[in-house]
Write a protein that binds this ligand. Structure first.
Ligand code: TRP
Length: 346
């Protein structure tokens, strides 16, 4: 069970971060952004969403790309209707207390725990498989990345952390660090709240153009706010088989059907399933898919383009969010410092 931080007002504090190292795509939208925005509209939830720009440096050392992605991701969330009066929406680097807490957590986190982190282990394994030095091109940022993520979570006493399956381990590591900190410094009192991960099995993990999971690292994505013509082109590129019009098609192995399902009502999904059985032509199925996706995104796309042209408006919202976040982070760090013995002398 999650322990409740004394003083946390809501029973459910939801927090998640988005690494600013890419352009949002349909998979991000369906799997993370759309459910997060819906959740933030429920009054029972106290939501924190942030741009994990320090995390971006782990994957991306191109300053222009990091800056551009930050702008795109912020504009995306705002264009899709994130209500910043309900959710706290901020940029990680605007909260210097997060990196302060990171250091303190570094000093309670066992190195052995980090040795077991999947992302790091995968990088080591890849090096070894290629006959390279095990640590080739592995930075301390990659190695200790779960510690920064733990600081993100523990700073705000998050109780629920929605993540993809690949991030479950990191939330468990944050629990571990919180427990360890509370044990050493707080007599097991919950200065740091133990978070739970939330993996929603109902949201779709979208397939990309080539049928594998839609992911920037596979280069198979459909960016979310492509201009209409480009969106159509991308949808036309989704890989299909060679079945002719009139031949029945299997919806369950088709990326076209799967993306359809993520945007359609139940009735529309049932109708398309029937159309596949009846041998709908791939060209026709893709045309209908384009129309469905475009209808859901068209208005937001306009707002997105507007916001991208007025970065000042985005920045203002981020600054307002950062102020709210710092109002929580500053007293938390003061408490943590006090607990570890760092304070003024008198
Ligand atoms: N590491 C996460 C990812 O790559 C992003 C992230 C950073 C995050 N800090 C977080 C997610 C805190 C949840 C909570 O997807």
């Amino acid at each position: 069970m999650t322990q409740e931080q004394a003083g946390a007002q809501s029973p459910k504090r939801v927090l998640t971060g988005i690494t600013t190292s890419g352009t949002p795509h349909l998979g991000n939208y369906v799997g993370a952004i759309r459910p997060a925005i819906q959740a933030s509209q429920e009054d029972a939830n106290d939501s924190f969403y942030f741009l994990a720009d320090y995390h971006a440096l782990i994957k991306c050392q191109d300053p222009t790309a990091v800056a551009q992605s930050t702008r795109e991701i912020a504009a995306t969330w705002l264009a899709l209707g994130l209500d910043t009066s309900k959710a706290v929406f901020y940029r990680q680097s605007d909260i210097p207390q997060i990196t302060e807490l990171t250091w303190v957590l570094n000093c309670v986190c066992a190195k052995g725990l980090m040795n077991r982190a999947h992302a790091y282990k995968a990088a080591v394994d890849a090096n070894i498989a290629e006959g390279e030095d095990a640590d080739k091109a592995i930075t301390m940022g990659l190695f200790s990345y779960p510690v920064l993520m733990a600081a993100d979570i523990l700073m705000f006493s998050a109780t629920h952390v929605p993540v993809g399956k690949d991030q479950i381990q990191h939330v468990e590591m944050a629990r571990d660090m919180a427990q360890r900190f509370n044990h050493i410094y707080a007599n097991n009192q919950p200065i740091l709240t133990l978070p739970d991960y939330v993996v929603d099995d109902n949201v779709a993990v979208l397939q990309g153009l080539d049928g594998r999971k839609m992911s920037k690292s596979y280069g198979n994505t459909i960016p979310l706010f492509l201009p209409e013509k480009q969106l159509k082109k991308h949808i036309n590129k989704i890989k299909t088989n060679l079945l002719e019009p009139g031949e029945p098609k299997d919806p369950d192995s088709s990326a076209v059907f799967q993306i359809w399902q993520a945007f359609a009502t139940e009735q529309q999904t049932a109708d398309m399933r029937q159309a596949f059985a009846d041998g709908i032509a791939w060209g026709e199925a893709k045309k209908q898919l384009f129309e469905l996706v475009n209808a859901e995104l068209a208005e937001a796309r306009e707002r997105y383009n507007d916001l991208m042209a007025r970065p000042q408006d985005i920045e203002e919202q981020l600054q307002a969010g950062a102020e709210k976040a710092r109002a929580i982070a500053a007293p938390m760090v003061a408490r943590v410092r006090q607990a570890v013995g760092i304070a003024g002398l008198v």
